[in-house]
Design a protein. Structure first.
Length: 357
């Protein structure tokens, strides 16, 4: 499946229906009054976050979203039919910007969250609404108001709690497939992964945490080298980064620093995100080599907790995961508990009796 994470589309709210000019004609009623009804309101274009979408692929083929127009008012003072809203589904994690001003209009994070991106116009009044003592037979009606029109930019930032980063071939995809049910392609050449993969890893508590495996970064990724660093966008919202370093390469320490530099160059606070270092493929090196490299990396990175793991034999994963769970627990966004509403004071203070008899 193609992975599309940016799109620009036009959105058109439905126009309001026109008001009608009509007069009642009834048997035995000599001069029937005005009876033109209001136009129906136009429908709105509403974006809705759904859990079963992972990409903005649908927007590659559809560029224009038009909600239904309101119907014209009817005789007998009948309001025209309201235009249907157009509900457009987007993946959770879609940010919506005004394409012209670049202003953020909304961020649809939670499932079922909605955002109106083009409101429908109101229907116009029919002549029945203009009846007054002065004018018993108004011939005025109002046209419907056109629906809002706009161009929006959609940007998907995947919602994962843990981001797996590292050079190509470090074993990131092997790791996510060892931990979760995700089955990304794994191969012994760089840039096997071309788009981010998500995997849900089960916590001891039973619920799952989403891990994201993104394509490998290389030196100069921020200048476009390799696949560039655009995919780092998808780990911007993570709370911890898991940096996978291939211990079997010639210079794992240098590789660590390459990735650090790319994180700094990318910005968006990624370099300051809690980060765990994991030397991967320890099944392929003697134990004393693991010790030496771990110490070198500790000295060079200033990090005193480094994991030796093997994504293939699953060695070390049982030590690594609890630390991830702890960090997720510590960095859990605080739930905002709304202040309880004060008990409504039904009697205004100045009218309250001063003494009860
Ligand atoms: N011996 C050993 N080999 C491993 C381990 N983990 C991954 N590999 C091998 O390393 C190679 C690269 O693994 P991938 O998981 O595709 O690496 P990646 O980091 O996702 O690579 P890109 O997608 O290209 O960035 C594959 O041949 C894997 O079989 C490990 O723990 N031990
Ligand atoms: Mg990969």
């Amino acid at each position: 499946m193609q992975f599309i994470d940016q799109a620009e589309v036009d959105v058109h709210g439905g126009d309001g229906g026109d008001g009608l000019v009509a007069f009642r004609r009834e048997k035995y009623v000599p001069a029937g009054g005005p009876s033109g009804g209001k136009g129906g309101n136009g429908g709105s274009v509403i974006l809705k976050a759904v859990a079963n979408l992972q990409t903005l692929l649908d927007f590659r083929y559809a560029h224009r979203f038009q909600a239904e127009h309101g119907q014209r008012g009817g005789p007998k003072n009948m309001t025209g039919a309201t235009g249907q809203d157009l509900i457009v589904e987007v993946p959770c994690g879609t940010m919506i910007y005004d394409a012209e001003t670049d202003q953020l209009l909304g961020d649809l994070v939670a499932e079922d969250q909605t955002l109106c991106v083009a409101a429908g116009g109101r229907g116009g009044l029919g002549n029945a609404s203009f009846l007054s003592n002065r004018n018993r037979a108004p011939e005025t009606s109002l046209p419907g108001i056109p629906g809002e029109v706009g161009r929006i930019r959609l940007e998907l930032k995947l919602l994962a709690e843990v981001g797996i980063i590292g050079l190509p071939n470090a074993g990131k995809s092997t790791l996510i497939s060892a931990l979760s049910a995700a089955k990304p392609k794994v191969a012994d050449y760089p840039f096997t992964t071309l788009v981010p993969n998500l995997g849900v890893v089960q916590k001891p508590s039973g619920d799952g945490a989403v891990f994201a495996d993104i394509p490998g970064l290389i030196e100069g990724a921020h200048q476009g080298a390799g696949l560039g660093h655009d995919f780092l966008r998808h780990i911007e919202r993570t709370r911890v980064l898991l940096h996978v370093i291939d211990i079997t390469t010639l210079n794992p320490i240098e590789h660590y620093h390459t990735i650090q530099q790319e994180l700094v160059a990318y910005g968006h606070g990624l370099a300051d995100r809690p980060q765990l270092l994991a030397l991967n493929k320890v099944d392929a090196v003697p134990e004393d080599e693991l010790e030496v490299i771990t110490e070198e990396l500790m000295a060079s990175s200033g990090c005193d907790l480094i994991f030796g793991i093997s994504a293939v034999s699953r060695q070390g994963l049982d030590e690594l995961l609890p630390v991830i769970w702890d960090i997720l627990e510590e960095t859990r966004p605080k739930e905002v508990v709304p202040e309880p509403e004060p008990f409504p004071n039904l009697v205004p203070a100045d009218m309250a009796p001063t003494q009860w008899t």
